[in-house]
Ligand binder design. Structure first.
Ligand SMILES: [Zn+2]
Length: 201
């Protein structure tokens, strides 16, 4: 009988090498919301081109200083972790950097900027993160229609649910570019060049 492998005691995700290069070349502060979103959407498209994950990217910015706190892309395929969506990774990296689970503690004001509307999992992660705002390019209905990803049971009143918890919602910034990135993923998927990492439906 072979010895059982020890149960894991930790897990982690690593950003793709190309993303580390993009982040290194980025200014530490990005005051313009359009410029922030344009960068995030660019990363979502590059994620597909590089073959490191789904067509999604996210960023956390401190709205008091315009400092970029974290940047992430979807790394589900490369990490082998179904929770490694761009939003959960960006929020986790921001919390790691700041040393707190609450991105809204002591008057902190962080915004999650994401190339697509948070799925059911990421909607919960956003609520739990303490972020004060979310800025979304593409809507979940478009993600599902274009890519075939299952966004899960997102409530119809998700926007009100966030705003009731003090999380301001912006949608539609750089939407056309975000939709183009989703279509790029769809084309690659149809060619057999990437994977739709849904669970069972
Ligand atoms: Zn998600």
């Amino acid at each position: 009988m072979t010895a059982p492998s020890p149960l894991p005691r930790s897990f982690g995700v690593d950003l793709p090498a190309w993303l580390r290069e993009e982040v290194a070349a980025m200014p530490p502060r990005v005051p313009d919301p359009v410029e922030r979103m344009r960068f995030v959407v660019h990363l979502s498209a590059r994620s597909v081109e590089e073959g490191t994950g789904g067509p999604f990217a996210a960023m956390v910015v401190d709205r008091r200083t315009d400092r970029v706190v974290s940047v992430a892309t979807n790394v589900v395929p490369s990490s082998g972790l179904s929770i490694a969506h761009a939003e959960t990774v960006a929020l986790s990296l921001a919390q790691t950097r700041l040393g707190t689970w609450d991105l809204g503690a002591d008057g902190a004001d962080h915004v999650l900027i994401t190339s697509a509307q948070p799925c059911a999992m990421c909607l919960g992660a956003l609520i739990w993160s303490g972020a004060r705002a979310v800025d979304i390019a593409a809507l979940g209905s478009d993600v599902e229609a274009i890519t075939g990803f299952d966004e899960g049971p997102v409530p119809a009143d998700w926007r009100e649910q966030l705003e009731r918890r003090g999380i301001a919602v912006e949608t539609g910034r750089c939407e056309a570019e975000a939709l183009a990135a989703l279509r790029g993923f769809r084309t690659r998927l149809d060619e057999g060049g990437t994977v739709l990492y849904n669970g069972r439906r």
